[in-house]
Design a protein around this ligand. Structure first.
Ligand code: ATP
Ligand code: MG
Length: 352
């Protein structure tokens, strides 16, 4: 499916602003962005329940929707799964799953059994929604959405109602089923962890626009701007001015290729890319090309988070705070002096 230059406005306010995106069979594309950035609106336009102001949608190169011509929603071969997936309470589990199915009674029954088996709920086939837990209902909703063999699945925060542990399991199971069915999936989420876990491709959305798109690894390691770094993790920021394609900081020089002299820049890096060294008689480690110069900081606060520890330092050079994460347990006392260095290859330099 290909979306070209989609624009949606409400009362003159543009909430989807020239979005172009294509999704492929057997792949999961995540539309990721903060609350209110226009994700659900994009999905509703694709589903055909919202009318776009301009832009076209194609499936297999054939137009299914522009501002004049529209294939009705029920004929788009699109499966929908929304956060409030609402099963029909008066229908049995089997009847819920069979809801969108065509064919003989036997064919329908076979398909219902096949899907309930896949979501491990065959034993509830004659049960009713109120007899199921939240997670089980979610899996019935998934079976219902998949039953008519949609070629395209649109999922809007489908896992947000579940507790953490249950959610991980259901996400993985859902992913396996979607791959098996070879559907093209567009999954909306505002959680970066969910996108990293589910996506073959991430489209990062902000204020109605897609600001970056690519494989999760590329989006995470080659962010387009500071906000794109900050969306995935905590960040640290150093301010500097460029001089001769270099930015001078208390941590030494950073390359700023292609940025004109005099430009204010921000050097952005994640807490896991700070290196910590102990103080040795008032000195830190010797400067190196890959890690630059060490700067002195004093522990302000340290917490153990499970997989890692988070240590906040008050830096000598300007009194600002830098955050460092360290694997396992490292919880130094407040007031302890340490020396910090930054891995050059993990830093991003953006004009401020
Ligand atoms: N029917 C509508 N009428 C007027 N404004 C709307 C309508 N639907 C959505 N909006 C506005 O459009 C903007 C984008 O909404 P949308 O639901 O697409 O956001 P979202 O990215 O899905 O956010 P969330 O992560 O919170 O679900 C919001 O500011 C919202 O108030
Ligand atoms: Mg939404």
């Amino acid at each position: 499916m290909e979306i070209r230059n989609l624009v949606c406005s409400f009362e003159g306010r543009t909430v989807v602003d020239d979005v172009s995106l294509s999704i492929e069979a057997g792949r999961v594309t995540c539309l990721l962005g903060p609350s209110g950035c226009g994700k659900s609106t994009t999905l509703r336009a694709i589903a055909g329940v919202e009318m776009q102001n301009s832009g076209e949608i194609y499936v297999d190169g054939k137009l299914i929707c522009d501002t004049v011509f529209r294939v009705p929603p029920e004929r788009r071969q699109i499966g929908l799964m929304f956060q409030d997936f609402a099963l029909f309470p008066h229908l049995s589990v089997a009847e819920n799953v069979a809801f969108g199915l065509k064919g003989t009674k036997e064919e329908k029954r076979a398909r219902v059994e096949e899907l309930l088996d896949k979501v491990h709920l065959l034993r509830y086939i004659d049960g009713y929604p109120h007899q199921l837990s939240g997670g089980e209902q979610q899996r019935v909703a998934l079976a219902r959405a998949l039953a008519p063999r949609p070629r395209i699945m649109l999922m809007d925060e489908p896992f947000s109602g579940l507790d953490n542990r249950l959610r991980d399991g259901i996400r993985d199971e859902t992913l396996a089923i979607l791959k098996e069915e070879d559907a093209a999936v567009l999954l909306v989420t505002h959680e970066p962890e969910e996108a990293m876990r589910m996506a073959d491709e991430i489209a990062l959305m902000r204020r109605g626009k897609i600001v970056q798109q690519g494989a999760p690894y590329n989006v995470y390691t080659r962010p387009v701007d500071k906000a794109a770094v900050a969306f995935f993790s905590d960040v640290n920021v150093l301010k500097a001015t460029v001089n001769g394609a270099l930015a001078q900081t208390p941590f030494g020089q950073f390359l700023a290729p292609g940025i004109p002299d005099g430009t204010e820049v921000e050097i952005v890096f994640r807490p896991q890319h700070l290196r910590l060294d102990f103080d040795r008689g008032g000195k830190g480690p010797v400067p190196t090309p890959s890690e630059g110069v060490a700067a002195r900081g004093v522990v302000e606060r340290a917490r153990f988070l499970g997989n890692e520890s988070l240590v906040e330092f008050r830096m000598d050079y300007d009194g600002s705070i830098l955050k460092a994460t360290v694997p396992n347990v490292f919880v130094p006392q407040k007031g302890r002096v340490m020396w910090l260095t930054i891995r050059r290859d993990k830093c991003f330099v953006f004009p401020a």
